[in-house]
Design a protein around this ligand. Sequence first.
Ligand code: UDP
Ligand code: MG
Length: 322
Amino acid sequence: MKLISVVVPCYNEQEVLPMFYDEIIKVTDGMKKEHPDTEFEFLFINDGSKDRTLEIFRELADKDKRVRYISFSRNFGKESGMYAGLKNCKGDFVVVMDADLQHPPAFLPEMYNYVRSGEFDCATTRRVSRTGESPVRSWFARKFYKIMNKISDTEIVDGAQDFRFMTRQMVDAILDMSEYNRFSKGIFSWVGFRTKYMPYENVERPAGTSSWSFWGLFRYSLEGIMAFSTFPLALSIFCGIISLVIGFVLLVIALIVEFATNSSGALLFILSVIFGIGGVQLGCIGIMGQYLGKTYLEVKNRPVYITGETDEDYRNKKNADK
Ligand code: UDP
Ligand code: MG
């Protein structure tokens, strides 16, 4: 038997939850027919909703014993919801998806095929269009991915989403990253593994509203940059060097003015000292930033490596196939 856990973080989703449940049951029943050795569990996370979300969970749990839920004491954010779900699910395969049907359950059978065959460890969707999104927001989103991929070693695919069908192995690797500030897009990519990206057109929410404001997204993207890059800490070194160079140029000009002309170079000399000292200070702060960056990475306590396969896995698999 193979157990598939469907993890769904929910925040104020009373309007779409019943629709989502009907839809997911339809799709998973179909998958069960195709693969009779497959079981499902549905793990809903109530992220401190202020509406009837929790009551709906209870109703679902009453009528379907595969439904489990965890209800938070307050709103902790979607990242915490996903973490709680991954930590508490029991499946051999795990799906993370939104409740608002923007992650269409219709993708699940195909995703399952990719992961089940052993060809991929993770199947996910990638938005190829941003229809239904304001142009300003799309522009910022594109710029974010561009900057992020320049300054970070972790590649973040533009349009990649938190809609993931993963193996237990990948889920365990994600849970090994126990950092508090979680930026899932980066974490999914950081752990590696073979990922299948399935392109799709953006779908709009059938009901309810997105809980992301523009500023919320902006803060979240800064969070992403801080979590996966220490580049901003190095910025003051560059500023320091530029300031030093300006100071030096000013000093040369001050000397020329003082000795080669009749006017006084005193003012320029003072300016050059200001730039020079400023540059040295910024440079020192930058050096401290480098150490802080290293400390930051140590404190995160990320795994030093993640194993994909060993000879033991290979032999076990070969025996199982026989
Ligand atoms: N969500 C959550 N906690 C939050 C905000 C959102 O669990 O604080 C859930 C929400 O219920 C939904 C998913 O995260 O299932 C995506 O949220 P939303 O649709 O608002 O984001 P968008 O699709 O606009 O990125
Ligand atoms: Mg949504």
